[in-house]
Design a protein around this ligand. Structure first.
Ligand code: SAM
Ligand code: DTB
Ligand code: SF4
Length: 332
């Protein structure tokens, strides 16, 4: 049994113009709007805590311009094959011991081969039995692969659309936006929660950010988890020299995500190590209520765990308990 998927029954429908209007609001007005929505649906001081592990590193055939793991760019990364199940399991135990309630495994694949998917399915089942929520991000899936992950007990599949459909081909040419959407459909049909968001700072315009969030909010099943990544400008990737994102524009994007996806968790994902404490505090105020916790993201550094603990303490925020709806069978 996995978590219920009735996440956004209260989501009103938005036109793209209305979403653009939210982005254009004076900063304080937008914060007021987002805060009201956040207070209505969540404990504003509880933060969902996930830990990431890259279980297969580098040599990815896709050419995502932001990604240090693409075989198309020389980022100095050491490629590594799929990790052993036992090593992954031990990492999950460690993540649980530091307070994470969800373990997210990432693989640098265009999509998994069936034999690799089977190995990942075993990892999912073992980690779930620890009492953790499970998430994987493995690239494009076939329909039967999504069904197999559901059978293994997977709670979330992370598959980002990354940006708007109109800007997509500027960033990636080895697959289309529609390829991505098809995998999301397979995941939804299988009954797995989707985790889907994007990256800010790739050279997109405010309209592209609005289109991306409008697309997510307009889905019949909006994602239950929405990562908002700030581009990590990795040397060797085509986006290495992008100008930094204006912190207020990033916070605005978090706030619009909160308003459009009122019952979803909005995750501050990549880029937190480059954010000031004040910027993160504004993101939490604007409605971000999930983080990746741990020294590493997939291959790049994350905010230091001791700094995260200190910041949470200074802000009076605390880790959210796990979602009990994910564990109905075990509890009964
Ligand atoms: N290969 C799988 C896929 O593409 O879905 C899973 C791993 S992939 C690295 C997961 C997500 O990480 C991407 O969709 C992207 O949103 C994010 N990401 C990768 N590199 C990033 C970077 N340099 N800065 C911010 N986010 C990044
Ligand atoms: C997501 O949206 N962000 C995480 C997770 N999903 C898998 C990954 C961020 C990756 C940042 C660059 C890296 O370390 O590879
Ligand atoms: Fe491969 Fe995923 Fe990186 Fe794209 S984002 S290059 S699919 S690992």
């Amino acid at each position: 049994m996995t978590c219920d998927m009735t996440s956004s029954s209260t989501t009103p429908s938005w036109t793209l113009d209305e979403v653009m209007g939210l982005f254009s609001l004076p900063f304080g007005n937008l914060m007021d709007r987002a805060r009201q929505v956040h207070l209505k649906h969540f404990d504003p001081n509880a933060i969902q805590v996930s830990t990431l592990l890259n279980i297969k590193t580098g040599a990815c055939p896709e050419n995502c311009s932001y990604c240090p793991q693409s075989a198309h760019f020389d980022t100095g990364l050491e490629n590594k094959p799929l990790m052993d199940e036992e090593a992954v399991f031990q990492a999950a135990i460690k993540a649980k011991s530091i307070g994470s309630t969800r373990f997210c495994m990432g693989a640098a694949w265009r999509g998994p081969r069936d034999e690799d998917l089977e190995k990942v399915a075993h990892m999912v089942t073992r980690i779930k039995a620890l009492g953790m929520e499970t998430c994987v991000t493995l690239g494009l899936l076939k329909q039967h692969q999504a069904a197999r992950l559901k059978e293994a007990g997977l709670d979330y599949y992370n598959h980002n659309i990354d940006t708007s459909e109109s800007f997509y081909e500027e960033i990636i040419s080895t697959r289309t936006f529609s390829d991505r959407v098809r995998t999301l459909e397979y995941v939804e049909e299988a009954g797995i929660n989707t985790c889907c968001g994007g990256i800010i700072g790739m050279g997109e315009m405010p309209a592209n950010r609005a289109q991306m969030l409008h697309f997510l909010a307009s889905k019949k099943l909006p994602p239950k988890s929405v990562p908002i990544n700030m581009l990590i400008r990795v040397p060797g990737t085509p986006l290495a020299d992008q100008p930094p994102v204006d912190p207020f524009d990033f916070i605005r994007t978090v706030a619009v995500a909160r308003i459009l996806l009122p019952t979803s968790h909005v995750r501050l994902s990549a880029g937190r190590s480059e954010m000031s404490d004040e910027m993160q505090a504004w993101c939490f105020y604007a409605g971000a209520n999930s983080i990746h916790y741990g020294e590493k993201l997939l291959v790049t550094s994350n905010a230091a765990p001791e700094e995260d603990r200190a910041l949470m303490s200074r802000l009076g925020i605390y880790p959210e308990k796990r979602d009990e709806s994910c564990f109905v069978e075990e509890a009964s």
